[in-house]
Design a protein around this ligand. Structure first.
Ligand SMILES: [Zn+2]
Length: 448
């Protein structure tokens, strides 16, 4: 077996930026990390800063087709959702595969080595199953594989059209595509999806609006029985909190906790509107919170309590969610910059902490415990960022991580390795023309 050796000008090893780092990979794993060494013969030199692979812990691939289109006019989360539903109506396994492949390839260019795809578009437009009931999920697995990144398919239970004065509503319109009819049917369908070395199957509860407590328990029991991760949208909107309190007499987090959903394998997505009791429940359970700041600001959701979560010891991960932009540096710095606007303080979250959210914490949230840091034995994922672009030139070595987190963009990424395989070289995806694939697949779906 041949080793691949990279020699990094600078590399993030643990929480420290080290100089002249030789990284040796074999069979998709790191087998040696040597700091402060001369360039080994037959090694590839990586200029700039090399960091671990980044995890995009919350994605809905098809939302990529909405970029720009949803920025026309005014409205709210709920009017945005109407436009999103219109795109959801048009998807089938073939056009979904092409759109997702291009979107995941855009993520690869942005240094994402694993995506958590929160997937609820399961069935035909009238709600009937495809011949292969997992045709849509399998399209996503194939798309990630073609794009060169790993995926955790967070197969999502969605049963109800909403939670209002009359309790849970029947799914209506495009929502019929989302529903399996019962949690037991969901289990039966998901059981047919098997894990592999480059994908894993996780579970998701869409939200307290779409899943009742008894059905939550079924999903939670399935996930804990399989050792699978479990995600849910939680408290993105105050309306959801109000409806949940009115109907169940408890917050969405409280309802999840009471239904046995919280655990170290659970991730609450958004968690924008939490009270202190909610935060304490996540801390006690050892659950993770996935922040999606560029989506939350795009939709006018609000700013999540990241300082309070950190203070309580709750780990956070990051997701690009609606793909208003796909740039993990933008997500990472938004966590800190939004907090500055709220608290009038600087440096609540350090660059190293923000980078951990984008790397280690995200991998943990998606169930990849052997990835997310440059360490011997881990999966050989690495992302190199140029320090000589117009955004990063003049960076001091002592603050290279700060420069990347607070000023770099996805465009500054030159080299991406996933499981030891080079996917991006000199800023180009080696398997496809990503811009062209996006253009073709989105125009096909949405029209010119
Ligand atoms: Zn989402």
């Amino acid at each position: 077996v041949n080793d691949t050796v990279y020699w990094c000008e600078l590399a993030l090893v643990g929480d420290t930026v080290c100089q002249r780092v030789a990284i040796r990979a074999r069979g998709g794993r790191f087998v040696a990390i040597d700091v402060a060494v001369d360039q080994p013969v037959d090694s590839t030199r990586l200029a700039g800063l090399t960091i671990p692979g980044m995890a995009n812990a919350h994605s809905h691939a098809f939302h990529r087709a909405l970029r720009g289109r949803t920025q026309v006019g005014s409205g709210s989360f709920w009017t945005w959702r109407d436009v999103m539903y219109r795109a959801a109506e048009r998807l089938d396994p073939d056009n979904y595969y092409r759109l997702a492949r291009a979107t995941f390839a855009e993520m690869a260019l942005a240094g994402v080595t694993v995506v958590g795809e929160f997937h609820y578009l399961h069935h035909q437009p009238d709600g009937g199953a495809y011949d292969d009931p997992n045709a849509m999920g399998e399209a996503l697995l194939a798309a990630a594989s073609e794009a060169g990144i790993r995926i955790t398919l967070l197969d999502t239970l969605y049963l109800h059209g909403g939670l209002g004065g009359g309790g849970y509503a029947e799914p209506a319109g495009v929502q019929r595509r989302y529903s399996d009819g019962s949690a037991e049917n969901w289990v039966e369908r998901v059981e047919a999806l098997g894990p592999a070395s480059t994908h894993s199957i996780g579970a998701a509860i869409h939200s307290v609006r779409a899943v009742d407590p008894d059905s939550m328990r079924v999903v939670s029991d399935w996930a804990s029985g399989r050792g699978a991760v479990l995600h849910a949208h939680v408290s993105e909107q105050t309306v959801e909190n109000d409806q949940c309190v009115a109907h169940h007499g408890i917050t969405p987090t409280g309802l999840l906790e009471r239904s046995g959903v919280l655990s170290p394998e659970f991730s609450a997505v958004h968690a924008t509107h939490l009270n202190s009791a909610d935060i304490a429940m996540y801390a006690t359970a050892g659950s993770t919170v996935c922040m999606c700041p560029t989506t939350e600001r795009d939709l006018g959701d609000g700013i999540g309590p990241t300082a309070a979560l950190t203070e309580a010891g709750v780990a956070m991960s990051l997701g690009t969610d609606s793909h208003a932009v796909i740039d993990m540096f933008e997500e990472a710095r938004a966590v800190e910059l939004d907090e500055r606007l709220v608290s009038n303080r600087r440096g609540v979250h350090s660059a190293a902490e923000l980078m951990s959210m984008a790397t280690l914490n995200g991998h943990r949230s998606l169930g990849w415990d052997d990835a997310g840091s440059i360490a011997v034995g881990n999966r050989a994922d690495a992302v190199t960022i140029a320090l000589d672009s117009v955004r990063t030139a003049g960076t001091a070595q002592a603050s290279a991580l700060e420069a990347v987190v607070f000023a770099a963009t996805a465009t500054d990424i030159t080299h991406v390795v996933v499981d030891g395989v080079v996917v991006v070289e000199d800023g180009r995806h080696l398997r496809m023309d990503v811009a062209q694939e996006l253009e073709t697949s989105i125009t096909e779906l949405m029209g010119p």
